[in-house]
Design a protein around this ligand. Structure first.
Ligand SMILES: Cc1cc2nc3c(=O)[nH]c(=O)nc-3n(C[C@H](O)[C@H](O)[C@H](O)COP(=O)(O)O)c2cc1C
Length: 314
């Protein structure tokens, strides 16, 4: 199987994984606006090991999303081999990622997610087992620091394993989802590995994307929440890097993007796709003038037509 990471132009732009958000239609809209790679929401290695139908179904994707990476979480190495086999054979994505950065209680408290950075031996087992079940490239997503373990220390102890890429959220576990990015930690890792390093955290406008690349020397970036308010952040950032400036999106373009996304969501899941769309619409129109009034209407929409009607109020 080809390793798409080797073929992709740099800097690489990735839609970082977000549970509850990076579903097929959101990945499609981000792809339409220039992201190079998309990650799924995190999926349980245990559920996949048992070929859980629902989990397999929710990881489905459209061709236009490729390269598409399925992200696994779990804490028991014995499930990862079969989970990665199931992903490879039944879902057929372009890569598999292992979550080593999630702080959510229900993930962290059973030794998965960020807790793995404290357990190098287990991580090594998990990576080896995952590789046994697939010929797809296997990547990892980590944090800048968990407890006393820095990302640099961590990577030094596993870099002999044939992983294909690393995404680093430049914040410590203690910081959670806010606060300064540890650029130097990412830069140090870039200096000791030859695989793509993607820097993630706090990229909310094209200038942030440029700064992240300059400060870390990373091969690419991962954008999570910034893409929820602006899926077009990918193309704008690319424009800034290429031309030194970029086109701002006016209200009409934002409405157009929201409607396009809604149509994708409807196509993907029918009426339920529109119900799911409500939470994205709140992100798109955050901080607008009559936001309160609009919000009240957006949370009730049941069709693309309803959405178009509410957008006329803006
Ligand atoms: C709602 C939400 C869900 C997330 N779910 C995941 C996940 O499933 N897997 C993962 O590795 N990271 C997850 N993250 C972390 C993001 O991928 C990213 O590392 C973090 O939000 C920092 O990037 P940002 O500042 O661009 O948002 C999630 C973040 C948010 C806000």
């Amino acid at each position: 199987m080809k390793n798409f990471w080797k073929k992709i132009n740099k800097p690489i732009f990735a839609l970082a994984p977000m549970a509850g958000y990076t579903n097929s239609s959101f990945r499609q809209i981000c792809k339409a606006y220039g992201t190079d790679v998309v990650y799924s929401e995190l999926a349980s290695a245990t559920a996949l090991n048992f070929e859980g139908k629902k989990t397999i179904e929710f990881l489905g994707f459209e061709k236009s999303e490729r390269p598409y990476i399925v992200q696994l979480f779990g804490n028991d190495p014995k499930y990862f081999k079969n989970a990665s086999r199931v992903i490879t054979e039944k879902i057929k994505p372009d890569g598999i990622d292992i979550n080593m950065g999630c702080p959510a209680k229900k993930v962290f408290s059973n030794g998965s997610g960020a807790a793995l950075m404290n357990d190098i031996e287990k991580v090594r087992e998990i990576i080896k087992e995952t590789l046994k079940g697939t010929n797809l490239p296997v990547s990892i997503k980590i944090r800048a620091k968990v407890g006393n373990v820095t990302a640099y220390k961590f990577i030094k102890k596993i870099k002999d394993l044939p992983i294909s890429a690393i995404m680093i959220h430049g914040r410590s576990l203690k910081q959670g989802f806010a606060g300064d990015i540890n650029y130097s930690q990412i830069k140090k890792i870039k200096s000791i590995v030859s695989i793509p390093v993607l820097a993630n955290g706090g990229i909310n406008n094209p200038e942030d994307a440029k700064k992240m690349l300059e400060k870390t020397g990373a091969d690419g970036i991962g954008i999570a929440r910034g893409a929820l308010t602006k899926p077009w952040l990918f193309s704008q950032s690319k424009e800034l890097l290429k031309k030194g400036e970029y086109q701002e999106f006016g209200i009409d373009e934002i409405k157009k993007a929201a409607t396009r996304h809604a149509k994708m969501s409807y196509k993907s899941k029918g009426k339920h796709g529109i119900v799911e769309m409500r939470k994205y619409l709140l992100w798109y129109f955050r901080g607008f003038e009559n936001a309160k009034e609009i919000r009240k209407e957006l949370v009730k929409v049941e069709s693309v037509r309803d959405i178009e009607k509410v957008l006329k109020m803006i």
